[in-house]
Write a protein that binds this ligand. Sequence first.
Ligand SMILES: [Zn+2]
Length: 138
Amino acid sequence: MIVFDLRCIEGGEVFEGWFSSTSDYQGQLERGLVQCPVCGSAQVEKAPMAPRVGRSTAAEDGVRAKLAEMAAIQQKLLSNSEYVGEQLPETARAMHLGEVEKKAVHGQASVAEAKALIDEGVPIMPLPLPIVPPGQVN
Ligand SMILES: [Zn+2]
């Protein structure tokens, strides 16, 4: 698929059109099938922009790969950690005070709660990625 930036000659609206090829675009244009989505005019031309091929760029692929890598690392970190959800601040504080046995836990805390814990010397750290609570994974 190829996506072209198209421009309505009458109204000047710019919109995207998807075509299987440049000749497909030409054919549809000649038959008046390419229409402005705003005013319905078939007087349409290619906007003065380079056509983009309908796939992600190398930069986008790179970001996606990095995120997948981080997600995998986080998954590993959390495999030995117990999910405590919104009980995280209380649980972390109780472990710090020796009220309960220490173990690796993760869950949610607000920025204010996290700051308070750090101020109290409770060893916590933010996760690089948001987590999906167990039971909500598709
Ligand atoms: Zn138009």
